[in-house]
Design a protein around this ligand. Structure first.
Ligand code: G3H
Ligand code: ZN
Length: 283
């Protein structure tokens, strides 16, 4: 069923595991991720960036695709549709009006007072509609669609203030993670992560899940991470397969034969992540 993130993340916090957010781009992506979650009996969060929402036709279309698949695929595990890196209050409202069950308001580029003010407004609107909210402090490195940044650590006291004043459901404190591939080993601020967990007592979110070694993922979960976002890895694996299909068969033109086979690769990535995150069997 379609749900918000609040119950799944609080259960994850209690049970010391993390729920994966996997970003979607189209119908095939959505099918592949739902298939993996159902097979692993894991809750799952479908992440949608503003760019992906534009690409797929809009929030309402996406919600209808997901709702259709939940029925046609007999999906029984909890599924949230989450706006990833929402850029404004208005965008969050638009997503909620379209039927999204969860939103991220990313006002991390603003001064903290303004971040708190915008986030509070989003929480007020979202919670009155049964929708969960994620907020961010600090800066995630790398690039994802329109979100570009140089790593800047979140400040613990600001995290405490933001959580206290806004009532968000989960917090993404940037602590060295990067969107897209890492240059070398990721260098995450686990000490700071644990301090922020203890100071805020709120489920933490780890962005930039692609390329983080399993031991570091487990350590992040130990330090309070309850949600991990993965996007690039699925894109890379899907593209590998698709490229091979085209190279192996120069005559192929049926779109289903071109873009279909990559679905399996996404399902495999997601199943593997679900195992590492510890959310298998937690539906
Ligand atoms: O918001 C989405 C994520 O943080 C994805 O990061 O593309 O590096 O896996 P990634
Ligand atoms: Zn992100």
């Amino acid at each position: 069923p379609l749900v918000n993130m609040s119950v799944m993340l609080n259960k994850a916090k209690q049970g010391k595991y993390a729920v994966g957010q996997f970003n979607i781009n189209n119908l095939e992506w959505t099918q592949a991720i739902l298939e993996a979650a159902e097979e692993k009996q894991s809750p799952v969060i479908l992440g949608v960036s503003e760019g992906a929402a534009r690409y797929m036709g809009g929030f309402y279309t996406i919600v209808n695709i997901v709702e259709g698949l939940l029925v046609d695929m007999n999906i029984t595990v909890p599924v949230a549709i989450h706006l990833d890196h929402g850029s404004s209050y208005e965008k969050c409202v638009e997503a909620i009006e379209g039927g999204f069950t969860s939103v991220m308001i990313d006002a991390s580029h603003d001064p903290v007072e303004q971040n708190i003010e915008t986030t509070s407004k989003v929480v007020e609107y979202a919670h009155s509609h049964g929708v969960s909210v994620e907020a961010e402090l600090g800066t995630v490195g790398g690039q994802e669609d329109d979100v570009i940044g140089d790593v800047m650590y979140a400040d613990k006291d600001e995290c405490v203030e933001l959580v206290k004043q806004t009532g968000i459901d989960c917090l993404a404190p940037a602590l060295g993670s990067v969107h897209g591939p890492y240059k070398g080993e990721p260098n995450l601020g686990f000490k700071e992560m644990e301090e922020i967990k203890n100071a805020t007592n709120t489920p933490l979110v780890l962005h930039g899940g692609t390329g983080i070694p399993d031991e570091q993922i487990k350590r992040a979960i130990d330090c309070g991470t309850c949600k991990i976002n993965v996007n690039t890895e699925n894109q890379i694996e899907w593209t590998k397969v698709t490229r091979q299909v085209l190279e192996n068969d120069k005559d192929v033109y049926d779109p289903r034969k071109v873009i279909g086979p990559g679905k399996k690769a996404i399902t495999e990535v997601v199943k593997t992540k679900i195992e590492v995150f510890g959310s298998a069997g937690k539906a």
